[in-house]
Design a protein around this ligand. Structure first.
Ligand code: PA5
Length: 462
């Protein structure tokens, strides 16, 4: 494992009374052991099939690399349609590995298509996409595990119609990859009938835990990433997460520290990477942490309204936006920094030039961004604010694989400590059903009546 985790600033010895007494870890050892065991016992079973994703066979991956690699060569633009877990993982990982202005690079300076991850049904965004891509050279990946999500089906219907009219059906079919559950759902049925290339989303892999299955891998293979190195990194983190000793298991340690922090009233968990390439990792984290842990009831059906609100920040940008709150506002947060030792490029501040700013001259931006991270960590620690740092030696396929797997185990252990169902999302499903009803889908007539029965009082509308 290449990532390093520094939890010192979570402890009372560093941040004072708002920190955690190491004696708590001994006191809670039986609870930690039980939560750990629950996750271990379910590895590869039920909704924990994500635990097995790093161990995909070479044969399986080679087919994907070959097929998607060809698409990558032919496509000028590659568009992902999906939402939630079917978009945020692909977006977070791809953004972390691509040039920061990938789509603006001239073709000879990028050896992969332009990438667009379209995770909304804002009509302006759909039309804006159509303004910037050339349908004659574009390929699409329609991702929906259920095959039923209105947003993604809408995007698919619009694009398939346009492709068919422009290129004819035979060619249009070749432009779309469908990533869905084989044998189930509306999109799978369409794909089977029309003849799209289909990649299967394994049964026991839920949306927000799916980035290391075809939901993410197809796009990564199209973009030419080394998916085997990514899975190797994920496997190493999975092995580390199987370690029973909490002092050697970063995912178990962070899950416990955030769980005990929740009990102290720290109901906000901020992820603040100090790298633009990792900006969307914070979006990924927000989803997995929020949708997995935000639950009304525990395993026994008791109402507990569990969860810790995730927040995203970017270093150093949000030092000038949110850090004031983190340092002096309520003691209700845990801040996780992500530090990068070696950025992919160096930017040197010139020695000469204007006769001012001498303290900056001769340094690099690399030194500056790391100094600012350490300075923010120092300021938080001085103000008694709980924080910890994940160190990435560099951002590459292997370390990103480790990071993704860490987030999944971190969430799984936290869910087990909270005694909740980490893998369901009844709150989201309710909204999905209400949308079907409002759009007149057959079978949702009773839901429509329920929705229409909710009347708004006009006196509160200004
Ligand atoms: O994490 C989840 O399960 C959700 O965010 C889903 O990914 C999201 O609702 C999209 O679902 P689907 O992939 O079925 O279209």
């Amino acid at each position: 494992m290449e990532l390093k985790f520094d939890f010192n600033n979570m402890m009372q010895s560093q941040v004072g009374v708002h920190g955690i007494d190491p004696a708590f870890i001994d006191r809670d050892a039986p609870l930690i052991r039980k939560a750990y065991q629950k996750v271990m016992d379910n590895r590869g079973k039920g909704w924990q099939e994500w635990c097995d994703l790093p161990y995909a066979s070479d044969e399986y991956l080679d087919e994907m690399i070959s097929y998607c690699g060809e698409v990558g060569k032919k496509a000028e633009s590659f568009v992902v349609f999906g939402i939630g877990g079917s978009a945020l993982g692909p977006l977070a990982v791809a953004s972390s590995l691509l040039h920061l202005h990938h789509n603006e690079l001239p073709r000879d300076k990028r050896n992969a298509p332009k990438l667009y991850v379209e995770d909304n049904v804002d009509p302006e965004r759909m039309n804006a996409l159509l303004d910037v891509i050339d349908l004659k050279t574009a390929y699409f990946n329609v991702i929906t595990k259920s095959g039923e999500t209105s947003e993604t089906l809408t995007q698919f219907l619009i694009i398939y119609d346009k492709l068919t009219k422009l290129l004819g059906k035979e060619e249009a079919v070749k432009r779309i990859i469908v990533t869905t559950t084989v044998g189930k759902g509306t999109l799978y049925n369409i794909a089977a009938k029309e003849g799209f290339k289909v990649y299967d989303v394994q049964k026991g892999v839920g949306g927000r835990f799916s980035v290391l299955c075809p939901v993410g891998l197809v796009t990564f293979a199209v973009m030419g990433f080394d998916i085997k190195a990514m899975l190797k990194g994920a496997a190493e983190m999975a092995e580390q997460s199987a370690c029973a000793d909490i002092y050697r298991n970063p995912a178990l340690m962070s899950a416990y520290l955030k769980w005990i922090s929740m009990k102290q009233g720290k109901n906000v968990s901020v992820l603040m990477p100090y790298a633009d390439s990792l900006k969307y990792m914070a979006d990924f984290y927000c989803q997995i942490w929020a949708e997995s842990l935000g639950k009304e009831v525990d395993d026994e059906g008791n109402v507990i309204n569990a969860g810790q609100t995730p927040a995203k920040a970017l270093g150093v940008t949000d030092q000038h936006s949110q850090v004031q709150l983190y340092t002096e506002g309520p003691f209700d947060k845990v801040v996780t920094f992500i530090a990068v030792d070696e950025y992919r490029s160096v930017a040197t501040i010139p020695e000469g030039g204007v006769d001012a700013c001498d303290f900056l001259k001769g340094h690099t931006m690399n030194e500056l961004i790391n100094a600012e991270r350490k300075a923010t960590e120092f300021a938080l620690k001085k103000a008694g604010r709980s924080n910890f740092t994940i160190y990435m030696p560099a951002v590459n396929e292997k370390t990103v694989g480790e990071l993704i797997m860490y987030f999944m185990y971190d969430t799984a252990f936290a869910g087990a400590l909270l005694h909740i169902d980490t893998y369901n999302q009844p709150g989201v499903e309710e909204g999905k059903k209400a949308t079907f009803a409002m759009l007149g889908r057959a079978g949702y007539e009773a839901k429509l009546k329920e929705v229409n029965a909710v009347k708004k009082e006009s006196k509160y509308i200004i």
